[in-house]
Design a protein around this ligand. Structure first.
Ligand SMILES: Cc1cc2nc3c(=O)[nH]c(=O)nc-3n(C[C@H](O)[C@H](O)[C@H](O)COP(=O)(O)OP(=O)(O)OC[C@H]3O[C@@H](n4cnc5c(N)ncnc54)[C@H](O)[C@@H]3O)c2cc1C
Length: 441
């Protein structure tokens, strides 16, 4: 039996029928005879149910991954939507180009990056992925092919960027890449203690292209909110632009559920904090470990055991960002649950063209926890309520828990998205936060 399509968190677990798209013309013909809803999916690197469907037809796109055009003068690359960012890098880096925005894994598709309007370590200067998508084709279930850009079908362009895969199937897209002369990043890692040191480092690094911080959420007292602030720019010293080697490590098996607990994660965090022996270190680092440290081992999500993991990511606007972040991290410390990967970052002012884009100016915090329903769900629900009280919102790409009233308060523009939604498409997420009628009006 074929394994079901899983999201990265492996929760929830659904059993939709899979009908892969191989060619741009496969949709909507592939839906013939299918009864319930459908959804195009990429690499399943979303953590929750935006890329899942119960009792419907999932349309994996990764075979639709051809490169369609590249202009070496402008850096404009056109490709089918199932191409991964890893494949784009393999092509572009030897030609002196890099992704304009990249998430913490390169194993996501172009279509998935647009549908969640992903952000990276350069959000404060470059905005979201959607800011760099010049045009794409959207195919609707009635067979209509729509060319979308800021001037052509601009409302569908906006609704599809961050549109959670609901407006149609993106068959191809054009992306503006950025020039580089080296694979290397001029990197600095700086230890900090507490939110004020984090905010001051952020301010000093406002002109630096990439910034992100790891924080130790297991420590309390004087070590509360200690972390490492990481910053970097593409090196301007020309050096060989080879493609990356293929990954060799695979996380081989599922760890038992108890393996990641407060003590093991706490020990890891202490080691990680002190891995950096000095308060400040500088290095010329290859872009792979800088952007994609977790990609070194494939299937690392198995580390969380069969039950999987939950991610939680909020953005809280500046007005309440400081107090909200402290309060949420105190809540995490109080819960006794340990997050392995806790990431803190500041979002900037660059506005996304996407209607439903997640980022807004303020602080974003991402945490992950192994699923232990009785404890982690309760913590997530408390954190989601706190996020709402502090005027923030949660990221659908990393969610499996927010309630319908929360989603509708976080994204009041959802009703507009519902107007552009394709009637044949839906997702586990959408049915959870809007209802099985899919927001039909
Ligand atoms: C280790 C790790 C680190 C990450 N770091 C970040 C980060 O730094 N920033 C960030 O923003 N995100 C981050 N993410 C989340 C990830 O970037 C997004 O969830 C991304 O959208 C996943 O892309 P995918 O190809 O796997 O799409 P999937 O997860 O399969 O699908 C995501 C959405 O895209 C839609 N979709 C996919 N293809 C198409 C298509 N052709 N047409 C229409 N809709 C389509 C799906 O319907 C779904 O709604 C991270 C994930 C992991 C696992």
């Amino acid at each position: 039996m074929k394994p079901p399509f899983e999201s990265w968190g492996r929760y929830p677990s659904y059993d939709a029928t899979l009908k892969p798209l191989h060619w741009q013309g496969d949709f909507p013909a592939v839906l013939e005879g299918a009864h319930s809803g459908a959804l195009a999916v990429g690499m399943g690197r979303s953590y929750g149910d935006v890329c899942l469907l119960n009792e419907g037809t999932l349309l994996p796109t990764t075979s639709m991954n051809r490169l369609l055009g590249f202009d070496a003068e402008t850096g404009l690359l056109t490709a089918e939507a199932g191409i991964t960012l890893a494949q784009i890098l393999d092509f572009a880096v030897p030609r002196g180009y890099f992704l304009p925005v990249t998430p913490g894994t390169k194993y996501v598709t172009l279509g998935g990056a647009i549908a969640n309007d992903i952000h990276g370590k350069n959000h404060h200067l470059a905005g979201t992925f959607g800011n760099h998508v010049t045009q794409f084709e959207l195919v609707r279930s009635d067979g209509e092919q729509m060319h979308c850009s800021r001037t052509d079908n601009p409302d569908y362009y906006a609704a599809t960027i961050g549109g959670l895969g609901l407006t149609g199937v993106i068959t191809w897209a054009q992306l503006r890449l950025k020039p580089i002369v080296s694979r290397r990043i001029d990197f600095q890692g700086i230890q900090f203690h507490g939110i004020d040191e984090f905010l001051s480092l952020t301010q000093q690094a406002a002109h630096i292209e990439y910034t992100v911080s790891w924080i130790d959420v297991t420590s309390t007292g004087k070590n509360f909110m200690r972390g490492v602030f990481m910053q970097g720019d593409h090196s301007q010293v020309p050096a060989a632009l080879k493609p990356s080697p293929k990954p060799k490590l695979v996380f081989p098996f599922e760890l038992p559920g108890f393996a990641l607990n407060r003590y093991t994660v706490g020990a890891f965090n202490t080691l990680y904090f002190h891995k950096q022996m000095k308060q400040r270190v500088s290095a010329l680092q290859d872009y792979e470990p800088f952007f994609y440290p977790l990609d070194i081992a494939q299937h690392w999500n198995r580390m969380y055991g069969k039950r999987g993991l939950l991610q939680f990511q909020y953005v809280i606007p500046w007005e309440h960002a400081r107090e909200g972040t402290i309060a949420c991290l105190q809540e995490v410390a109080k819960s006794g649950l340990a997050s392995f990967l806790a990431v803190l970052k500041v979002f900037g002012e660059v506005e996304s063209p996407g209607l439903m884009s997640f980022p807004k100016p303020g602080i974003t915090l991402a945490l992950d926890f192994p699923i232990k329903p009785e404890k982690s769900f309760a913590l997530f629900d408390r954190l989601a309520s706190m996020t709402q009280e502090f005027g923030g919102r949660l990221y659908p790409a990393k969610d499996a828990r927010m309630t319908a009233p929360q989603f509708q308060a976080f994204y009041p523009q959802w009703e507009k998205l519902a107007r552009y939604k394709d009637p044949a498409l839906t997702s586990g997420f959408w049915e959870r936060v809007v209802g099985a009628d899919g927001g039909a009006r």
